[in-house]
Design a protein around this ligand. Sequence first.
Ligand code: GRF
Length: 190
Amino acid sequence: MADSLPLGVLVSGRGSNLDAIAEAIETGRLVATIKVVICDQPGALALDLASRRGLPAILFERAAFSGRTAFEEEIVRTLLRYGVRLVVLAGFMRLVGPTLLSAFPNKIINIHPSLLPSFPGLSAQRQALDYGVKFSGCTVHYVNGVVDGGRIIAQAVVPVQSDDTEETLSTRILTEEHRLLPQAIGFLVF
Ligand code: GRF
């Protein structure tokens, strides 16, 4: 039997992808352990969710640190203390800098709600609708210094319907995100 992969999950908001990872672990679809959840937003729903699931969760507010380096050093210390080997950004709304990247080379992944390299950055679903593409989707990729720019691990395609709004498209993509992210974590070889 495979060793359980120790995960650190970084979140800023709702936490539905965190929940999907936890659910995949609980139901035996993913052999991993969420060692720690780190959140940068006080009051984020992801913090409630972590507590409901009994996951250790820590809030680090960026404003409490002198700069990004000090903020990331604290995150790295925490991830190492919990024995994390793979860092998953699940709706973490901050650019990752050199401190975190160099502590976990090729061990940080992100989920993005578009078929990269199309529509990186914020409001990817809105960007897809505005452009008029007929297919969008989601991408799990390695994190490097470029926004949504790292090597692609897995993608899922979602058709865009003529009457889609940002909300309906986002909901349909999110369903695929919840399937794809745990699956992609399971693909990775350590
Ligand atoms: C997801 O759409 C993810 O692709 C993007 O941020 C959103 C996070 O949603 N990076 P949630 O917090 O996991 O519900």
